[in-house]
Design a protein around this ligand. Structure first.
Ligand SMILES: Nc1ncnc2c1ncn2[C@@H]1O[C@H](COP(=O)(O)OP(=O)(O)OP(=O)(O)O)[C@@H](O)[C@H]1O
Length: 240
């Protein structure tokens, strides 16, 4: 579904943060992307989303080359991003935040929107309870729930999820991982980045390791779980 082919990208003309990065995400699968702080994981997401254009290589989504796509066009391709920082408008209500992406897209969402919205409220009880509240008044965990509800409402083909559990209590983090599994079961392709390496390995169908901007290991879950991959062992301090 999503293929990055030897992508080189960075924020400054002469400094590359990503070098020759190739990775793939398939429908109904979770692709994990793990790496130390500063390895370039969020830069991968920003490059897929078009905030950065690849200097070399390409980003393909199905048959289309979406390298350097305008970020506001992602939704029309069925791509949704749940970024590390909140993407909600704090002075809009939860309901306004949820429905905003659908505005001007009546042809795509018109007939099914009301039914889907009700389903979202059933799936995310906090969203139902807080739908008239300003998003900025919600706690971090509640805002994360709204982010996932917003994605679920859009039913994207591909969902990019950057550090969803950061700053959440263990119970809330577990809830987040359950939603991600549910998204994949519904057929979405997921690119998942999280600092909880064991959790990412456990729930991913394939895993990519990013180190100083390069993919240094990639494979199926079985290659990483059990006796964890040598690189991961080193980060976790298991190699002594
Ligand atoms: N907007 C920016 N302008 C310039 N450099 C940036 C910018 N954002 C990130 N960087 C640099 O790019 C490199 C990779 O950062 P990135 O945020 O992609 O890493 P990461 O693996 O997601 O790290 P973390 O786990 O800490 O979120 C770092 O050296 C960082 O300082």
């Amino acid at each position: 579904m999503l293929f990055l082919d030897k992508v080189t990208a960075g924020y400054a003309q002469d400094i590359d943060v990503l070098r020759d990065v190739s990775l793939e995400v398939h429908a109904g699968e979770i692709s994990g992307l793990i790496g130390l702080n500063g390895a370039g994981k969020s830069t991968v997401v920003k490059t897929i989303c078009g905030f950065l254009a690849p200097k070399e290589g390409s980003v393909r989504f199905g048959e289309q080359d979406i390298s350097g796509i305008a970020p506001h066009k992602l939704i029309d391709h069925g791509i949704c991003c749940i970024p590390q920082e909140s993407s909600l408008f704090p002075y809009l209500t939860v309901e306004e935040n949820l429905l905003l992406p659908m505005q001007g897209r009546a042809r795509k969402y018109g007939n099914t929107l009301r039914q889907r919205y009700e389903e979202v409220l059933d799936t995310f009880p906090t969203v139902r309870e807080k739908r008239r509240a300003q998003a900025g008044d919600l706690s971090g965990g509640q805002q994360k729930q709204v982010e996932f509800a917003k994605a679920w409402l859009q039913r994207p083909t591909l969902c990019l999820i950057d550090e969803p559990s950061i700053g959440l209590s263990p119970i809330m983090a577990e809830g987040v991982f359950t939603w991600i599994e549910r998204f994949a079961k519904a057929g979405m392709g997921i690119l998942l980045i999280d600092h909880n390496v064991r959790r990412v390995v456990k729930m991913s169908d394939r895993v990519h390791v990013l180190s100083l901007g390069r993919i240094t290991a990639a494979g199926q879950r079985k290659d990483f779980e059990g006796d964890l991959h040598e690189q991961v062992k080193q980060w976790l301090g298991l190699n002594f």
